[in-house]
Write a protein that binds this ligand. Structure first.
Ligand SMILES: [Zn+2]
Ligand SMILES: [Zn+2]
Length: 160
């Protein structure tokens, strides 16, 4: 998957086209001979359509009304599988639940509110420029990066 190609498909809001993301995930799972069960499909849909960076617990809450027998473990397995095949980006937090971005499955900067835990994707291109510059300066072949900005979102600021 060429990340630049994906980037061209981004909508004005900065999100990738959810339908394209969903189809890409399904195609990749099928290519690798994984079954796409209705339950698994529901997890894919939530991840493809969300820019809120849900946790496994969030996904579970959204699924429960339609799939009352779904367990957290099942969702963990699906999310981990997607992570292994590069179709979801994991944001790993030591104190909080990990969060996932299945709409943009490539490295990109994140803005994290330390109060309400909202995570957004700032619409900036600087991260890939920084990667290129680092590669040039250090001779490293950069394969991944993680760029998190922590702060207080406008909504939380207006509350205090
Ligand atoms: Zn906040
Ligand atoms: Zn993101």
């Amino acid at each position: 998957m060429n990340p630049n190609k994906l980037r061209c498909k981004e909508t004005i809001s900065g999100m990738s086209d959810p339908q394209v993301r969903l189809e890409t995930m399904i195609a990749k799972l099928k290519d690798l001979s994984f079954r796409v069960t209705p339950q698994r499909l529901a997890v894919l849909k939530i991840l493809a359509n969300s820019d809120a960076h849900p946790s496994v617990e969030n996904i579970y809450e959204q699924l429960k009304p339609n799939f009352p027998t779904t367990s957290l473990a099942t969702i963990y397995k699906t999310v981990n599988l997607l992570k292994e095949i590069g179709e979801v980006v994991e944001l790993d937090f030591s104190e909080e639940s990990n969060r996932y971005d299945g709409n943009k499955p490539y490295p990109h900067p994140h803005l994290i509110c330390t109060q309400c835990k909202t995570i957004v994707d700032p619409d900036v291109a600087t991260a890939s420029d920084l990667s290129k510059e680092l590669a040039k300066k250090t001779g490293y072949q950069i394969v991944n990066h993680r760029l998190d900005f922590f702060g207080i979102c406008p909504r939380c600021q207006s509350k205090s």
